[in-house]
Design a protein around this ligand. Structure first.
Ligand code: AGP
Length: 371
C-alpha cells in the first residue's frame, strides 16, 4: 500500500530517502569510551592485530561496497586488501591462512556464492567476518564474527540503503583494524569516526537535489546507453551507478575507471551519448581532479553529454558540465556515501519514465540463493 511505501510510489524511492537513517543506525553503538567496537567482539583485539591480509568477498552491489573498502582499509591500516567476486573466489585457489581476515558482505546473508566463499575461506582456516543486514541469516551463522548493518528491511530488488550501510560498516572494519594495529592514533580513529557520524546529514543534503536529478532522468529516458566514469573511490561508484541503470532501466550502462578511457572506452563516445562523471574533491585529490577535468573536456569535445557529480563550489568543472549535480564536500574516502545517491535517483527515474516496475525489475530476485 501507499502507506507502507511512506507515501512513495515505490519502496525503492522510500529506501533512498531512508539512507540517512540507515547510516546513523549502522554507526550507532560502535564508538564507545573513545574506541571503535565491532559487534559482539567475537574477534578479539589480538585476532585483529594478527591479521596480515584482508580479502573481501561479495556479489553485485555488495562487491562494489568492498571495492570502496579497499581504498579506506589499505590507507588506514597498511594491510593488503583484495576484493573479489564471491563466484570467482570460491572456485579459485586463493592464498589464505589463519592470519587472513575474510570480510563477506551480504545484505541478505543468503547469497549462495558468498556463502560458499565463506565456507571455502574457513576450510583454509581464515577468520571470517560477515557484514550483513539480516539477523541470523546463514552467512553470519557460518562466520566467526558479524557486523550487522542496520539499514532495516530492503524491499526494492535494487540495493540502495543496504549498499550505503555496507560502505559505512566496511569503514568501521577498517578503523577497528587500524586501532588494533596502531596504524592510527586513538585521536585519529576518533576523528575519522566523527567524520563518519556527519555523513547522514551530508546524505540528507544530497537528497535535497533529487528533484533536479529526476528531471534529468526524464530527459534521459530514451538514451540507448549511458557511460559512468570515476577514479579512486569514484570508480566503484561509477560501477554501482551503471549496475543500477542496467537492473532498473534495462539500459546498456558501463562503469569505467577514467584512467582507462584512452585504452579503449573513448571509442564509444559519440554525439549525444550521456556520460556520468563522478568527480573527486578538487582539494582532497587535486591531481586526480585535474585529470578528470581533462577527460571530461575530451569527451565533451567528441559530442558526449556530460553529467557531472562534483563537490559544491567546484568551479573548474563547470565549463565542461552539461549538467552539474553538486554534492557536499566530505573527506575523500567517504565520498561514495554522497556521490552514489544521485545515481540511484537517476536510475530509478529513468526506469519509471520508461514505465518499468522499479521495485521488481525483470529477471531479478532479491537474493540469489541458487547459482
Ligand atoms: C543490487 O542492486 C543487486 N540487486 C545485487 O547485485 C545484490 O547486491 C547482490 O545480489 C548481493 O546480494 P546480497 O548483498 O544479499 O548478498
Amino acid at each position: 500500500s501507499a502507506a507502507e511505501k511512506g507515501g512513495h510510489e515505490y519502496f525503492m524511492l522510500k529506501e533512498i530517502e531512508e539512507q540517512p537513517t540507515a547510516l546513523a543506525d549502522t554507526l550507532r553503538g560502535h564508538f564507545v569510551g573513545g574506541r571503535i567496537v565491532l559487534d559482539e567482539q567475537r574477534l578479539s583485539d589480538q585476532e585483529l592485530r594478527d591479521v596480515d591480509k584482508v580479502f573481501v568477498v561479495a556479489c553485485g552491489s555488495a562487491y562494489h561496497s568492498g571495492l570502496v573498502a579497499k581504498y579506506a582499509i589499505e590507507h588506514w591500516t597498511r594491510l593488503p586488501v583484495e576484493v573479489e567476486l564471491a563466484s570467482e573466489f570460491r572456485y579459485r585457489d586463493p592464498v589464505l591462512d589463519r592470519s587472513t581476515l575474510v570480510v563477506a558482505i551480504s545484505q541478505s546473508g543468503e547469497t549462495a556464492d558468498t556463502l560458499e566463499a565463506v565456507r571455502h575461506a574457513r576450510e583454509q582456516k581464515a577468520r571470517v567476518l560477515a557484514v550483513c543486514n539480516t539477523n541470523g541469516a546463514q552467512i553470519p551463522r557460518e562466520s566467526d564474527a558479524v557486523l550487522y548493518t542496520h539499514a532495516g528491511p530492503e524491499i526494492g530488488v535494487a540495493s540502495t540503503k543496504a549498499f550505503l550501510a555496507q560502505v559505512a560498516a566496511n569503514y568501521l572494519v577498517g578503523l577497528a583494524l587500524a586501532q588494533a594495529r596502531g596504524t592510527k592514533y586513538p585521536d585519529e580513529v576518533a576523528r575519522e569516526f566523527h567524520e563518519l557520524e556527519a555523513m547522514p546529514e551530508a546524505v540528507r543534503t544530497v537528497l535535497g537535489t533529487s528533484e533536479r536529478v529526476r528531471e534529468l532522468g526524464r530527459e534521459l529516458a530514451d538514451a540507448k546507453a549511458v557511460l559512468f566514469l570515476g577514479r579512486h573511490v569514484g570508480y566503484p561508484v561509477a560501477l554501482e551507478g551503471a549496475l543500477k541503470l542496467k537492473e532498473l532501466a534495462y539500459m546498456h550502462a558501463e562503469g569505467f575507471a577514467a584512467g582507462e578511457l584512452k585504452h579503449g572506452p573513448i571509442a564509444l563516445i559519440e554525439e549525444g551519448l550521456p556520460v556520468v562523471v563522478v568527480m573527486p574533491s578538487p582539494k582532497g585529490r587535486a591531481v586526480l581532479h585535474s585529470k578528470l577535468v581533462s577527460n571530461i573536456s575530451e569527451i565533451q569535445a567528441r559530442g558526449a553529454r556530460t553529467i557531472v557529480i562534483a563537490e559544491e563550489g567546484d568551479e573548474t568543472v563547470r565549463p565542461f558540465a552539461d549538467e552539474l549535480i553538486e554534492v557536499p564536500a566530505v573527506p575523500t574516502l567517504l565520498q561514495p556515501l554522497v556521490s552514489t545517491v544521485p545515481l540511484q535517483v537517476l536510475a530509478a527515474e529513468i526506469a519509471r519514465s520508461r514505465g518499468y516496475d522499479v521495485d521488481k525489475p525483470r529477471n531479478l530476485a532479491k537474493s540469489v540463493t541458487v547459482e
